[in-house]
Design a protein around this ligand. Structure first.
Ligand SMILES: [Zn+2]
Length: 80
């Protein structure tokens, strides 16, 4: 399996935590709030976006059927 530049960036961000989710941007001091951009209910972490965010349900479901890279496409579409 090979990744293009964007896919590599998303995978690296997924594995290392260095991504554009609010948790990381908050830790860098770039934002004042950790709250999820989609639902505004709780902290925007990778686990929240991948598993919990109800506002991302339809997008997550749409990419769930894409074999192998569905989660990657979902993260990219979600702005991670
Ligand atoms: Zn959310």
């Amino acid at each position: 399996m090979t990744f293009n530049g964007i896919q590599s960036r998303v995978v690296t961000g997924f594995l290392t935590g260095f991504n554009t989710l609010r948790r990381h941007l908050y830790l860098l001091g770039l934002l004042d709030s950790l709250l999820c951009r989609k639902c505004g209910v709780t902290d925007e972490t990778l686990a929240h976006i991948l598993c919990e965010c109800e506002a991302s349900d339809s997008l997550r479901h749409a990419y769930r059927t894409v074999p192998y890279l569905g989660w990657l496409l979902f993260l990219r579409a979600g702005g991670c």
